[in-house]
Design a protein. Structure first.
Length: 509
């Protein structure tokens, strides 16, 4: 580890700054891709002629593929070298970005998004690791500050960029913009980072554990994505997927507990502080990600927002997050982190409850206010929960704990988005049939005909009005459930043991 204290080759001055910029930019590109597709889903579904619930696969397939790869990063870096793996990941990510942009069907796009996720997964933890390697200890916290900034700014700029590009060019360009960035980062990393390569050792891979992990996660995601169209458990196919998920998970847990070099170190769950923090984080992130996938779709389908304006609306969350992150990081060293996390989660519960009263004629400010408040709340749950989880484990288990935490958080986001979109669709059908049964179409139609509409036009107008109201009532129902999930996550955090005084964000590294 002595390498950390001397510059690698001539990595100092301008070259060191450029290397840090390249690492932060690569991380930014991967984080951006998590949210850039959110506001473009209506464009993609319209272009490929698929339903909005199928369009969500574009988001969840990327998240799941990334989740599978995050816990493997440590093993892959040890086997091939961190810098070599970083460059391979960048090249793979860029190639799959090109293929995503060239996709002509939903199946092809989802497959290419999986490829993007598999190569994008290691970039995030590797950019963090390599930054820590190339900077001397006294400058590491500033380097991590720059890295954290790209992690926060990515999800804010994603919806704005995605919206503007989809409206003004076409949705294909949200993937093509990765090409120059990916090529630049790969070439620069090849030229600058070679001296910072890590030691390669022939570590044995837990291939059975990896196979089981892919099987049960793949079955779970297929079940969530296809369940809605196949009428859930009335379909033998969905029942078979559910069985594979449950059996695969049980066998996976047993195998990982008995394996000497597990692909996922499940034994870390023996720490109560880690288990409760990560459980709370998973519930909260699942509900949080579900809302940021649902809102852009709802405002575009129902309120006639363009993808650009849906992006602006989603991004209003960013100001509070950027402002509060450094403040909360400081507060976490002085106050009980359980109280900070509980406050943040309760605030998110209140914000999501505000959304459950949205109407079809809501103006921009009525929609933006909960978003702005949510921005202030996010650092309050994110930073303390991450700190508490990582402060609960022994130093040599930190890398495994961080991988496991990121894995569960990403999985929770993908599962939350799938469930929320399915519920939104199902509830809309229920609300529509209830409204139709209470309507008096003949009298309404004759009133509309008297105001100058044709009989067919009047029926079409009534139908679209009922559809819009049904979608809004359904969205309100989903937001009400999500607010309960936030409250639940905020209450269970008190089951954590009291964190040691002075435990700061330091273990985050």
């Amino acid at each position: 580890m002595n390498n950390n204290y001397v510059p690698f080759g001539d990595l100092k001055g301008g070259r060191l700054i450029l290397a840090a910029f390249v690492l932060a930019l690569a991380n930014f590109m991967v984080v951006l891709d998590m949210t850039i597709a959110n506001v473009s889903v209506p464009h993609i579904t319209g272009s490929l002629a698929v339903s909005s619930s199928q369009g969500t696969w574009v988001i969840t397939s990327y998240a799941v593929a990334e989740a599978i790869c995050v816990p493997l990063t440590g093993w892959l870096a040890g086997r091939f070298g961190a810098v070599r793996l970083f460059i391979i990941s960048l090249i793979g990510f860029t190639i799959f970005s090109v293929l995503c942009g060239l996709s002509t069907s939903l199946e092809m796009l989802v497959m290419c998004r999986i490829g993007q996720g598999l190569f994008g997964g290691p970039i995030m933890p590797l950019s963090q690791t390599l930054l820590m390697r190339i900077f001397p200890p006294e400058k590491q916290s500033q380097a991590m500050g720059m890295w954290a900034m790209t992690t926060v700014v990515g999800p804010i700029l994603g919806p704005i960029l995605g919206g503007s590009i989809s409206d003004n060019l076409s949705w294909h360009w949200i993937f093509f913009i990765n090409i120059p960035v990916g090529i630049f980062c790969a070439v620069a990393a090849l030229r600058l980072l070679k001296p910072a390569e890590t030691v390669i050792s022939k570590i044995r891979i837990d291939s059975i554990g990896l196979f089981l992990l892919i099987i049960w996660i793949g079955a779970l995601q297929l079940m969530l994505d296809l369940g809605h169209e196949n009428d859930w458990f009335n379909s033998t196919f969905i029942c078979a997927l559910a069985l594979i998920t449950v059996v695969g998970l049980i066998v996976f847990i047993i195998w990982e507990l008995t394996e000497r070099h597990p692909v996922v170190n499940i034994q870390i769950f023996r720490y109560r502080g880690f288990t409760i923090s990560v459980l709370s984080l998973a519930f909260a992130f699942g509900a949080f990600f579900a809302s940021i996938v649902l809102i852009p779709q709802w405002v575009q389908i129902n309120l006639g927002y363009t993808a650009t304006w849906a992006g602006y609306l989603t991004a209003t969350m960013g100001f509070g997050s950027l402002m509060m992150s450094p403040i909360v990081a400081k507060m976490a060293t002085k106050y009980d982190q359980r109280a900070l996390a509980c406050f943040g989660l309760m605030l998110l519960g209140v914000v999501t409850l505000m959304r459950s009263f949205w109407t079809t004629d809501a103006d921009f400010m009525a929609l933006a206010l909960p978003q702005i408040l949510q921005g202030f709340a996010v650092p309050f749950f994110f930073i303390p929960l991450s700190n508490m989880a990582l402060a609960s484990v022994k130093p040599h288990e930190m890398a495994s704990a961080a991988g496991l935490m990121n894995f569960l958080r990403t999985m929770a986001g993908a599962i939350g988005a799938s469930i929320a979109v399915t519920m939104w669709d199902d509830q809309a059908k229920v609300a529509r049939s209830e409204m139709v049964s209470n309507l008096h179409p003949e009298s309404t139609q004759s009133t509309l005909i008297q105001s100058g509409m044709s009989p067919d036009g009047a029926l079409g107008y009534m139908s679209s009005l009922v559809d819009k109201e049904a979608l809004t009532l359904s969205a309100n129902h989903v937001f009400l459930i999500l607010s309960m999930v936030f409250v639940f996550a905020g209450l269970i955090i008190w089951l954590c043991p009291k964190p040691k005084a002075g435990v700061s964000g330091q273990p985050m590294h």
